[in-house]
Design a protein around this ligand. Structure first.
Ligand code: TMP
Length: 210
């Protein structure tokens, strides 16, 4: 599906994805790629509206399944409208979270179950998978300390919820070790990026050779 390269970044709240994805954009641009930086939920005009509903603290009554369907709805729009066309055009797509976030947050932490989420992920994406997923891993309390004051609906969940998210990501990586790489993200950004760079540079020749 497409000739571009598709990389996703994942991790608990405060794991430093935003910094790393910006650095990765520079690296790929320097390697001659046209880079599309995008995010979930969101990444399309409709998806950004769905994001607002999902993160609004006024929506405390939201059912776990409602939440999952909204993330998946945002994802379908994103794949169809943005990610798929960019990959077909040969771009490098860098996405701040993708379907593994639904597995970790809704599947593991909300308790819907990884198998149900996997089915819906497949429906929502039409089978579009990342070439590489990097999980930035660090202790939950270290991540939560990095958050600002106004927490959104998901950030404001209890530490035990975020602990389940972290364990969920580690399970995903165990199940798909070729695609999903875990990096210790508790150090300074440049040290973390050196690890990201090594992993991505291993993948690039494979993609360029296609
Ligand atoms: P962000 O803060 O990294 O932009 O992500 C928005 C929030 O949405 C974050 O708390 C993680 C959560 N999330 C899910 O619960 N399920 C998903 O499928 C995605 C993409 C994000």
């Amino acid at each position: 599906m497409g000739t571009g390269i598709f990389i996703t970044l994942e991790g608990i709240e405060g794991s430093g994805k935003t910094t790393q994805i910006e650095l990765l954009k520079e690296l790929l641009t320097a390697n001659g790629f046209e880079v599309l930086l995008t995010r979930e939920p969101g990444g399309s005009p409709i998806g950004e509206k769905i994001r607002h509903i999902l993160l609004d603290t006024a929506n405390a009554a939201m059912e776990p399944l409602t939440e999952l369907f909204l993330y998946e709805a945002s994802r379908t729009q994103h794949v169809e409208e943005v990610i798929g066309p960019a990959l077909k055009a040969g771009k490098a797509v860098l996405c701040d979270r993708f379907y593994d976030a639904s597995t970790a947050y809704q599947g593991y932490a909300r308790g819907i179950g990884a198998a149900t989420v996997a089915d819906l992920n497949l429906v929502a994406t039409g089978g579009q998978k990342p070439d590489l997923t990097i999980v930035l891993d660090l202790p939950v309390n270290d991540g939560l300390k990095r958050l600002g004051r106004n927490l959104d609906r998901i950030e404001g969940e209890k530490a035990t919820f975020h602990e389940k998210v972290r364990q969920g990501y580690l399970e995903i990586a165990k199940a798909e070790p070729d695609r999903v790489k875990v990096i210790d993200a508790s150090g300074p950004p440049d040290v973390i990026f050196a690890k990201v760079k090594t992993i991505v540079e291993n993948l690039l020749p494979l993609k360029k050779a296609r």
